[in-house]
Design a protein around this ligand. Structure first.
Ligand code: SF4
Ligand code: SF4
Ligand code: SF4
Ligand code: FES
Length: 1005
């Protein structure tokens, strides 16, 4: 299947959530028998039966809200809302009785009192408008209650979307989504107000409220009250008309409606909606930012991005974060590289593809001929597709003859993978995000999940808010998840292994380890138990700064929890002991029997959209695709046969070792794609110095990043929206992306460029589509044996390993662990202190990480006008204690200096950091943060110890504005509540349930 438009291959969503695991039964709907599930929402059973029942506020991903009253039916002779009723066996439901019909129409008439039907000139008239379609379904001709505007202005203060109170029907979908799906708790409706409307933070403007612009509310709004600004004036044929003309049209509708009725008006608008289909393209894609793996349709008109429409993604359904929903403008940014560049002196000149590729092939060939294949290095990309990564490692191994190939998982994820390799065998999440949501206890360590993996965080926030899930957070910084936690601990930096091992020892010593599970499934318990001896509560208290009481409390929580998932990220991995701490996490899970069941397991949260896939598909110096060792002769022979080449036998250099090898003169040429390595690797000055020493350096990217400054040739590549391929998300989920745009200018998809270079180096590759590449990878790697593009068509996904027959494994360990005897292994514990700690001179501990609205160094997100508007600057977070001690305040300029470099920035005083800990976001419009970080690494994987960076600050004699604009969401004050709280609406003096005093509504039947 090579469809470029996902709309032709959508799958039907599975049964609505309310029916999962319920006993089946039969009911009668309008006289016909229908199958249903006892206890499910009646509205789901009716919808499944094929009956068309009006329903405006109901959205099956949100559940019953019960604000609109349009779904009134008779159940055993009594009028009730179908969405608010549950199924019992044998009930008789009538949707079309006179009473039900009249109630439905009366309810909808009330809605039209809040909403003007000007569909033909409305940007939401795209065939899927719930209000429009309900008007048609109920065959409404005339309104009994006149439309009344509300006494509020349109709110345009958010850069991405706007709210029009005059069109708001007060269904509350947005409130429900914000309160209970995104769980940002910004939106509410004060039902007691004379003219209720949706409120941000109880009545603030959107800009400057706590709204994080995730877009959930806009996605679920059933009309045009909430609209993406990118749609306005763009979606319709007549919607770009000047305001005066639009107002004239709207007035005309009001004038002719009493005489003509809505019939002809709707006919006209439906014709116009049909015309839009010819020019609006909807393409399924997978998010290019973090590793959660959200997928959605992107609506485009020529090269204009109209909107992102989530709904069917296996991971995210209606959810997105600000970047997935609104963060795509970089694709059309003027800075995009569009022609190859060749260095000329200190600058570059544009060149043809032929000239650039000839030069690349010639120089790589010359270096290989003079120095051997290991004088070349290849660095692949966690932002490129699996197919592109597969080709990069094939180029390195099969064409050039070196295993010097790596990807940026070295900078973040390798220690987590190592910890899992040691203990359970596979380097991937043990289950799915749905497992995390259903776990009784979630333990988050060193992860700012709400900002770095926002959609995944929503599942934890929801389970914690609504389902009684317990939450423990360990992080040195008090971020959103820490504030939500039942237990929040802030251990001393680099000491996580100690407290994890101490609580495991406590659990074992108190006879609470799951001995049956251990006996059946885990080796080396005695050896591990012995290694725990030094980790007493007393010593742990001294090293971590956590009280023994707190440690016992955490241990007891874990003992009491029927199931536990552990989530961790860079706060664990980017230390000298990152692999060991990851191992300690897995040991704890094994000791407590928290593997092999739904709702349990280890979840290292992958940072980039395809950081999992880049490693899965072989861009690692010791592994072929599917983590088969290059040193394994049998495996190597399989690849030699498959590729018809002789392959190198020994492990290559990882990217950290490559930088050292360049300094040593051993690596002389480098080909890097999709990675601003100068900004991303630690100790940028050292990395930049290495790049300067290269004899030849090829960089392939979509923008001219810092790394390009060192290149000899820069090749213009295409981002995800301009190509096809697959990504693997953090939950091992392989998903397809489709081409929304043709490559901009002369840029090309990376897989095409790599193939061109390979063939100029003597290969005879003939891939005509990424599907060909996946076919080859699946034929050689058992982990992907059953992966085909057909099985991934549209929104279909597979979670590896995938058997030949296409069976995948959402839960990774069910029958065995990934070792020859099927058993997991405990791995003995040994703590090493951080490599660098604060001293008298460098007296502050610098922590670093992502901001929600930016991604990594910001090379994409600074090119999104809306993100730039709310978050234009870099800053350093300083605690109020430190601010007081140094006499500084927000806006103060300081020089931040480490043993490796210096950065000038502004202070943001916050209570998210404490004492002498400071925090800087990774993103920066100027010099990279990694000028400050050093070259110490995790002792096993060489992942830089980014989180072990002592610094000092020098206060400069000037102070500016707050580096965060007032419109940033961090200034907002959320208004948590249980949801829409419709009961408050029902208590209004002017509310009565429709049907209780029927109003005759004129219709055309
Ligand atoms: S939101 Fe829907 S019903 Fe309202 S004017 Fe637009 S298309 Fe028509
Ligand atoms: S956080 Fe903002 S964009 Fe997201 S649902 Fe709430 S109000 Fe809407
Ligand atoms: S803004 Fe909210 S309450 Fe108003 S119509 Fe849209 S989803 Fe419903
Ligand atoms: S759909 Fe049932 S009350 Fe709105």
């Amino acid at each position: 299947m090579r469809s470029t438009e996902a709309s032709s291959v959508h799958t039907v969503p599975s049964l609505p959530d309310s029916s999962v695991n319920l006993p089946s039964c039969e009911i009668t709907i309008d006289g016909a028998l229908a199958s249903a599930f006892v206890g499910e929402r009646l509205i789901d059973a009716i919808n499944r039966s094929g009956k068309e029942l009006a329903q405006v506020c109901y959205h099956h991903r949100l559940g019953p809200i019960q604000t609109c009253d349009t779904c009134m039916v008779e159940i055993d002779g009594k009028l009730a809302r179908a969405c608010g009723s549950t199924v019992s066996a044998g009930i008789k439901v009538v949707t079309e009785s006179a009473a039900a019909r009249a109630a439905q129409r009366e309810a909808f008439d009330r809605i039209l009192g809040n909403h003007l039907l000007y569909c033909t000139v409305c940007d939401n008239n795209n065939g899927n408008c719930t209000v429009h379609n309900t008007t048609a379904l109920l065959k409404v001709e005339h309104q009994q209650r006149p439309y009344k505007p509300k006494p509020y202005e349109v709110d345009m203060s958010n850069p991405f979307y706007r709210y029009d109170p005059d069109q708001c029907i007060l269904c509350g979908r947005c409130v429900e989504a914000c309160q209970n799906v995104q769980v940002n708790e910004t939106l509410s409706i004060r039902w007691e107000d004379e003219h209720p409307r949706v409120l941000w933070d109880g009545g603030e403007q959107i800009g400057g409220s706590s709204c994080v612009s995730c877009g959930h509310c806009v996605t679920v709004c059933p009309c045009n009250a909430l609209m993406e600004k990118s749609m306005l004036g763009e979606a319709g044929y007549f919607t770009r008309w000047p305001k005066q003309a639009l107002t004239g049209m709207i007035d005309l509708v009001k004038e002719i409606e009493p005489e003509l009725g809505y019939g002809p008006i709707l006919q006209l608008s439906e014709t116009e909606a049909a015309m839009r289909k010819a020019r609006i393209k909807k393409t399924k894609t997978v998010c290019t930012y973090c590793g959660v793996g959200c997928s959605f349709d992107i609506w485009t008109k020529d090269r204009h991005i109209l909107k992102v429409e989530p709904g069917e993604g296996a991971t995210n359904n209606i959810s997105t974060c600000v970047k997935g929903k609104f963060g795509w403008d970089f694709v059309n940014h003027q800075d995009r590289l569009q022609r190859p560049l060749i260095r000329e002196g200190d600058g570059f000149r544009e060149a043809s593809w032929d000239e650039a590729l000839e030069l690349v092939a010639r120089r790589l060939g010359e270096i290989k001929a003079a120095n051997g294949p290991d004088a070349l290095g290849f660095i692949s990309s966690s932002k490129c597709t699996n197919e592109e990564n597969y080709l990069m490692q094939k180029l390195a191994r099969g064409v050039v003859g070196t295993n010097n190939v790596d990807n940026c998982s070295r900078y973040c994820q390798s220690p987590a993978t190592q910890g899992l390799f040691r203990t359970v065998g596979y380097g991937g999440d043990s289950g799915s995000i749905s497992d995390i949501a259903q776990s009784a206890l979630v333990l988050i360590i060193g992860s700012n999940t709400a900002e770095s993996h926002p959609v995944l965080a929503t599942r934890v926030k929801r389970a914690h808010k609504l389902n009684g899930q317990r939450l423990i957070v360990a992080d040195i910084r008090e971020h959103e998840m820490a504030r939500r936690a039942d237990i929040y601990i802030s251990p001393r930096p680099g000491t996580d292994l100690v407290w994890l091992s101490a609580i495991t020892k406590y659990i074992v010593d108190h006879g609470k380890a799951k001995t049956d599970f251990i006996h059946q499934w885990v080796n080396k318990f005695d050896e591990y138990k012995k290694s725990l001896e030094p980790f007493t509560l007393e010593d742990a208290e001294q090293i971590t700064g956590l009280s023994q009481e707190t440690l016992v409390r955490i241990a007891e929580e874990i003992i009491a929890a029927p199931s536990m998932c552990v989530l961790w990220a860079m706060g664990v991995t980017q230390h000298c002991g990152g692999s060991d701490t990851s191992t300690a996490i897995s040991n704890l899970l094994l000791a407590t029997g928290n593997y092999m069941r739904p709702g349990t397991g280890a979840y290292p949260l992958r940072g980039h959209n395809n950081v999992q896939g880049a490693s899965d598909f072989g861009c690692m110096p010791a592994y072929f695709p599917g983590y088969e060792k290059v040193a394994d002769e049998e495996v190597r022979k399989r690849y030699e046969q498959g590729w018809d080449v002789k392959l190198p036998t020994s492990k290559g250099l990882d990217n950290h070792e490559m930088v050292d090898a360049i300094h040593e003169g051993k690596v002389k040429g480098l080909y890097l794609f999709g990675e601003d390595m100068y900004s991303a690797d630690s100790n940028a000055n050292y990395v930049g110095a290495a790049f300067s020493m290269l004899e030849f350096f090829v960089v392939q990217d979509i923008f001219f990043g810092e790394t390009c400054r060192y290149a000899d040739v820069v090749l213009p590549a295409s981002p995800s929206l301009e190509k096809e391929g697959t990504f693997v998300s953090t939950e091992r989920r392989i998903q397809r992306l489709y081409e929304a745009f043709k490559p901009l200018g002369e840029s090309r998809p990376d897989w095409i460029i790599v193939q061109e270079i390979a063939n100029r180096l003597g290969a005879k590759w003939n891939y005509t589509h990424p599907a060909d590449v996946m076919h080859e990878a699946a034929s050689l790697s058992p982990m992907f044996a059953g992966v085909t593009y057909d099985r991934l068509a549209g929104y279909k996904t597979l979670q590896w390993p995938v058997a030949v027959d296409g069976t995948d494994q959402p839960l990774l360990y069910t029958k065995h662990f990934n070792f020859p005897d099927g058993k997991a292994k405990f791995y003995p514990m040994d703590w090493i202190p951080p490599c660098e700690t604060v001293d008298d001179e460098f007296d502050l501990h610098l922590n670093n990480g992502r901001l929600l609205e930016h991604f990594h160094e910001g090379n994409l997100t600074y090119r999104i006008a809306g993100v730039h508007e709310v978050s234009p600057n870099r800053f350093i977070e300083v605690s109020s204690e430190l601010a007081e001690e140094r006499g500084i305040a927000t806006g103060q300029w300081v020089d931040v200096t480490s043993r490796y470099g210096e950065i000038r920035t502004q202070v943001l005083v916050t209570d998210r950091v404490k004492g002498n800990q400071v925090y800087m976001p990774l993103n920066s419009p100027e010099k990279p943060l990694n000028l400050l970080t050093g070259s110490f690494t995790d002792r096993t994987t060489h992942t830089p110890a980014y989180k072990e960076t002592p610094v000092k600050i020098k206060v400069l004699p000037w102070r500016g504005e707050n580096p965060l604009p007032r419109t940033n969401f961090r200034f907002g004050t959320p208004t948590p509540q249980r949801g829409v709280e419709v009961e408050r609406k029902w208590k209004r003096a002017d509310y009565r349930m429709p049907g209780s005093g029927l109003v005759q509504i004129q219709t055309n039947n």
